[in-house]
Design a protein around this ligand. Structure first.
Ligand SMILES: [Zn+2]
Ligand SMILES: [Zn+2]
Length: 179
């Protein structure tokens, strides 16, 4: 009978942004990578990623994984990583932007029948930003983007919804927000 590992994964630079993830011990880093991409909205781009047994880049990583799930690091099974409760891994998505995550192995649990793994079982309570353009028209709309160009120019974050980004900032470089 296989066991289930329960991890808490968080952005290293925004620790309040976390997801709790369960994965079976006989699943691989490829499976872990796919749920990390989904959990942190990294599944819209096609960058490489890598897990590390310690600090990112300072420890020798398990090998890169590409967006199709192939790569040197993809075949390792979770149970072969030698993890004890409380151990931390690190995960880097996109070697250019170097988006680092800390992953803590919290505990081992029993698998639930009829449940597919890996899965996200909890996440931080989101603190939403609202679209500034909508706000000016008296509407409260959840922002999904930050316009990097306008933010840099006026030195204050400009949050926008999908519609307002397309309408007025389509040519601008923008980042999608994760909550
Ligand atoms: Zn808007
Ligand atoms: Zn803009």
């Amino acid at each position: 009978m296989s066991k289930v590992y329960e991890f808490k994964a968080a952005f290293k630079r925004r620790k309040g942004l976390w997801r709790r993830i369960q994965i079976k011990d006989d699943q691989t880093l490829k499976d872990f990578d796919s749920i990390m991409r989904k959990a942190f909205n990294h599944d819209k781009d096609d960058h490489l990623s890598e897990f590390f047994p310690g600090r990112a880049w300072r420890s020798k990583g398990f090998g890169e994984i590409d967006p199709t799930g192939k790569g040197k690091g993809s075949k390792l099974r979770i149970k072969t990583l030698g993890l004890s409760e409380g151990d931390k891994l690190e995960y880097v998505y996109d070697f250019g932007d170097d988006i680092q995550h800390i992953i803590t192995f919290e505990k081992m649990v029993e698998p639930k029948k009829g449940t597919s793994y890996p899965r996200i079982i909890a996440k931080n309570k989101p603190k939403y930003n609202y679209c500034e353009a909508c706000n000016k028209q008296g509407k409260k709309t959840k922002a999904t983007w930050v316009c990097i160009e306008c933010t840099n120019e006026r030195e204050k974050a400009l949050f926008l919804c999908d519609d307002c980004l397309i309408k007025e900032h389509e040519e601008h470089y923008a980042d999608e927000l994760t909550y």
